[in-house]
Design a protein around this ligand. Sequence first.
Ligand SMILES: Cc1ncc(C[n+]2csc(CCOP(=O)(O)OP(=O)(O)O)c2C)c(N)n1
Ligand SMILES: [Mg+2]
Length: 480
Amino acid sequence: MSLSAPLRRSLLPRSYRSIVPRYPCLTRRCLSSSAAAAAEAPREPEGTKEVPMTVGDGGPGTSRPVKQRPGSDRLVFPGAVNSKFTNRLQFRKYDPERAIDTYRVMDTEGKIFDESHGLDFDKLKDQCLKMYRSMVSVSIMDQIMYDSQRQGRISFYIVNAGEEGIAVGSAAALTEEDAIYAQYREAGVLMYRGYKMDEFINQCFANKKDHGKGRNMPIHYTSKSLNFHPISSTLCTQLPHASGAGYALKMEGKQACAVTYFGEGAASEGDFHAALNIAATRGCPTIFICRNNGYAISTPTLDQYKGDGIASRGLGYGIDTIRVDGNDTWAVYKVTKEAREIAIAQQKPVLIEAMSYRVSHHSTSDDSFAYRARVEVEDWKRRDNPITRLRKFMELRSWWDQDRDSQLRSQTKSEILKTINVAEREKKPPISSLWEDIYDVPTNDQRRQMEELRDVLHRYPQEYDVAQYDGGEDGVVSKR
Ligand SMILES: Cc1ncc(C[n+]2csc(CCOP(=O)(O)OP(=O)(O)O)c2C)c(N)n1
Ligand SMILES: [Mg+2]
């Protein structure tokens, strides 16, 4: 891969950039360990010349020297580049009264606060309808799949209730070139990108049409064609991946970014800090979208952390950060659009903290009324909802009405029920797929295990229902 000179320069630690013009081959040296390149570097007698260090956000003309001048009123060295000296002994205190603001575009009645948000709503009408349809589809799919789990037809499910606006509003502001690394409560991103209803449902039923070959729990979606990386329930592992993906996009000179979603609970993982720090120091075009829904399963945020939410941590890492009302789909859209601009144009990460109370149980494995009052949930539900808010916005503009809404809901419901009917009858992947995709072709050991399993299944037919798997008993031994 050949890199342009400015790009090579931007990949260097900032403190090196100022000396690159004098040592042009340093960029090459940094990117390849070639001894030949190292030998090319012009040598200066040691200790004769001062190498100035600079700081800045990487943009043209932003760097200034890091140099402690005699008699200066401030501390200037690479560990603290602009810290005034003081004689007052004073610990900085966190002041809950001065929390970071929450950005909004429309109120709970769907009224826009100020038309100058830079959003031309008339031009966005089709997009708005698509956003609304996606949110309604996720919400109806959730209700039906939740019930399917309760009926024992699938093993597990996680609903997106109350948080549809974060996923859909942000997805609408991105392009398919932007790589997505999600947690598990962002089905709206896929819905908006065009993941088909049967793709969702085949995955949840773990049948042979599931892209993941039935190997994962329900809701662990993936889509290569939609640039949506596989969901992993191991909290926060997607964040360092997204920092790395952002870095790769930067190296390739792509006009795209990586986008990762995570809960505020996941932000307690070490991976969160590693991901933010590497993205900030290496200038990765990665957008970190935190869904702060007030709970990490049964642990409320008040027990999870002190300080001003997740947003304050972004600032600590030197990352441009904003907090947004997650029930305001237009606000989420707007901040994500801006974040994308910043990430790509300035080649640096952005953190968005989107606030939306979790009105659902954590998952089908959870009964949240064991740790929070029913009335608390009912209050939040009554107060606000992203779907209702966007619907009110559309009704105020006469883009939507009750008839259209009822029609959308009944069509979506019947499509989902029909899809479930087909998905449920589909065979599971062949049993041999247990061993496949580990090596190019199964090893002799694996083949021996397949034969052994086939023998057991054959001897105890009353114990094992192999008919539900593609190929039945014949599907145990790999054809590869
Ligand atoms: C590394 C790891 N630790 C613990 C868990 C168990 N776990 C699953 S979900 C969850 C809570 C996550 O909360 P949050 O990130 O706020 O997401 P939310 O469910 O609220 O959307 C926990 C602790 C896990 N999956 N992975
Ligand atoms: Mg949470």
